[in-house]
Design a protein around this ligand. Structure first.
Ligand SMILES: Nc1ncnc2c1ncn2[C@@H]1O[C@H](COP(=O)(O)OP(=O)(O)OP(=O)(O)O)[C@@H](O)[C@H]1O
Ligand SMILES: [Mg+2]
Length: 589
């Protein structure tokens, strides 16, 4: 914390104070020394003048000798002024001295300060005393009382002057030190006061960063820190609402994922499970804690692992129906899609959505079985009705009603028979291509066969159906009978839903990896909004017309099923009144 704001502030204040104090000290000590010396000098000068004035009172008639008089002045003033006092006559002969016996002292006229005084000036000198042997400050002034003249000299040892000066300096230093300490304490307090809000704001921000988003800063002032505190509070508020919102969404999502009937599993590119909802755990019959583990360790269905690998490689979604042998032979539809990492937008792994379709499959089977069974059961009575109606018709009767009614019964029974056949056909197609024989066949060959069948059945001449010639054979892998069934259905429709004298054209084309077969008629055509629906079961554009042609509405549904079972597509292009083009594609062999 030595580098904390408080310490830096304190140190800054302290350095400023120290610099001021040092400058003050130097300045004061220098001027104080001058002042002190001058003071001592002027004191000595004034005292010398006083002593000089006292010598004027010497009266040779009353006083018993010059020397004793001067000596007594020297002694008395020396005690009063705490100095050494020397009085000399105009020739420099010592008349009295407070510290030494004047009788044994040499003439002092050669002392520079006395020399000056005898010239009539004030002499001031600092020098080593020849008598005392120490550095002294000397001040000498002249005197003259008519009968006698000379000089008075007062002196002080310099050591004494200096010790005074040093004492004064000591006091100054102590004063400076005390000021310094007080200044330090005050500056620390000030620094403390200034840095406290910064510390408070910092503590609050740290608290917020640690996740306490309810924390707010209670610093309200108009300064920069106040603006910062306001911004931090706003930020915390924003974070709080955003995170609240995120956790609400997260909770909603979690509830959804926990309760959905779909199994959802995420696997990262490294093959580790990153998420699995409860349904996924149930369907895949894995243990509880699978997040973080390798998917190959926990998914036992080989097909699912294969799908995951395929999506990781191709980055294309894959969808498949799978039987879960490890979980009561449940039938599931597994969708595997690649997912992107939201941050890097690189591929972040795969998402598995597993739907339990066991029940749907079961119901579908029930329905298929039902249709097959019903159709089968209906076949026998319908055959009987149709047979007897035919016999009645052939035998004839007097009653014209009998002939009419038996004819109606016969026609409707025929229609019913056709419908039953169609339903049986459709239900067998629905069970898929398993067990259906497939081989490499020439499509133009198949079309020719289909044209021949239709022409024979409808008694139409060759001219009515035109097969556009194709130069080379075009091979497809298929079951020939089923593709002929597709073609005859389309050709039947083309003939049934167009006027008798118009042409029906069949065109075979190669389109990339596919073979496209189109059946083109010049009939009534199909309205735009019905195009998709004509492939639905029992859907007929014109119900009355279809009934007249004996149509069941199942032909195109059968076509669509058969083509898709072979891996192809069906479609229709049409303009009402101008005709229709029904086409299908099959992959090339
Ligand atoms: N070439 C076409 N031109 C105009 N409309 C057509 C054509 N082909 C089919 N349709 C319409 O589509 C409906 C469905 O045809 P689909 O072949 O499925 O049944 P259908 O012909 O009525 O009966 P089915 O084929 O079983 O005898 C037909 O009823 C008819 O209205
Ligand atoms: Mg038809």
């Amino acid at each position: 914390m030595r580098s904390s704001l408080r310490w830096r502030l304190t140190l800054t204040y302290l350095s400023i104070i120290m610099i001021i104090l040092v400058i003050t000290y130097v300045f004061f000590s220098l001027s104080f020394r001058d002042y002190y010396y001058n003071n001592v000098k002027s004191d000595l000068t004034r005292q010398s003048i006083l002593v000089a004035e006292m010598t004027i009172y010497y009266n040779s008639e009353h006083d018993n000798g010059l020397e004793p008089f001067m000596q007594s002045i020297c002694n008395r003033t020396a005690t009063d002024t705490d100095t050494r006092v020397t009085i000399v006559d105009s020739k420099g002969i010592v008349l009295g001295d407070s510290s030494y016996d004047a009788r044994y002292m040499e003439p002092h006229n050669n002392r520079p300060e006395i020399y000056q005084a005898l010239q009539g000036n004030t002499g001031i000198k600092v020098r080593k005393s020849a008598t005392a042997g120490v550095n002294m400050l000397y001040v000498a002034v002249p005197f003259d009382n008519g009968s006698v003249s000379g000089a008075v000299r007062l002196s002080k040892p310099l050591t004494e002057v200096q010790s005074f000066y040093l004492k004064a300096l000591m006091i100054l230093i102590i004063a400076i030190l005390v000021t310094g300490i007080v200044a330090f304490l005050i500056s620390r307090e000030v620094a403390n006061k200034f840095s406290r809000p910064v510390r408070d704001v910092t503590a609050a921000v740290q608290d917020i960063a640690l996740g306490n988003l309810k924390r707010r800063i209670n610093y309200r002032a108009d300064d920069e820190l106040g603006v910062l505190a306001y911004a931090v509070n706003n930020m915390a508020q924003y974070l709080e609402t955003t995170i609240d919102e995120i956790s609400r969404v997260k909770n909603r999502l979690e509830t959804l994922l926990d309760n959905t009937v779909n199994g959802i599993l995420m696997v990262d590119m490294g093959g580790r499970v990153t998420y699995a909802n409860p349904m996924a755990l149930t369907l895949l019959a894995t243990g509880k804690n699978i997040v973080g583990r390798k998917h190959v360790e926990i998914i036992t269905e080989y097909e699912i692992i294969e799908m995951i690998d395929q999506v990781k490689d191709s980055l294309e979604p894959v969808k498949k129906e799978i039987i879960l042998h490890t979980n009561e032979d449940k039938v599931v539809e597994v969708n595997v899609v690649p997912i992107k990492d939201s941050r890097t937008s690189a591929h972040g792994g795969v998402l598995l959505v597993i739907n339990d379709i066991t029940e749907i499959k079961r119901l579908e089977k029930v329905r298929k079985d039902f249709v097959a069974n019903v159709s089968h059961e209906l076949k026998t009575p319908v055959a009987a009705i149709s047979g007897f109606a035919e016999t009645l018709l052939n035998e004839g009767s007097e009653n014209p009603n009998v002939e009419e009614f038996s004819s109606i019964i016969y026609q409707e029974a025929q229609r019913l028979k056709r419908l039953i056949e169609r339903l049986l056909e459709l239900s067998s197609i629905e069970s898929g291509m398993s067990g259906v024989n497939q081989e490499k066949l020439d499509m133009s060959q198949l079309v020719s066969e289909a044209v021949a069948i239709v022409q024979k059945r409808n008694n139409v001449t060759n001219n009515n159906i035109m097969l556009e010639p194709i130069k080379k054979p075009v091979y497809v892998r298929c079951n020939g009978d089923l593709i002929i069934q597709v073609l005859t259905n389309l050709l039947d429709n083309a003939l049934n839903y167009s006027p008798e004298e118009t042409m029906v054209k069949v065109v075979i084309e190669e389109q990339g990896e596919e073979i496209k077969v189109s059946v083109i008629d010049k009939g009534e055509g199909i309205p735009e909004n019905e195009k998709e629906r004509v492939f639905e079961r029992f859907y007929r554009v014109d119900k009355a017309r279809s009934r007249k042609t004996g149509g069941t509405g199942l032909g195109l549904a059968i076509v669509k099923h058969l083509v898709e079972n072979h891996g192809g597509r069906v479609g229709v292009e049409s303009t009402v009144g101008e005709g229709a083009t029904f086409y299908f594609t099959l992959p090339k062999a």
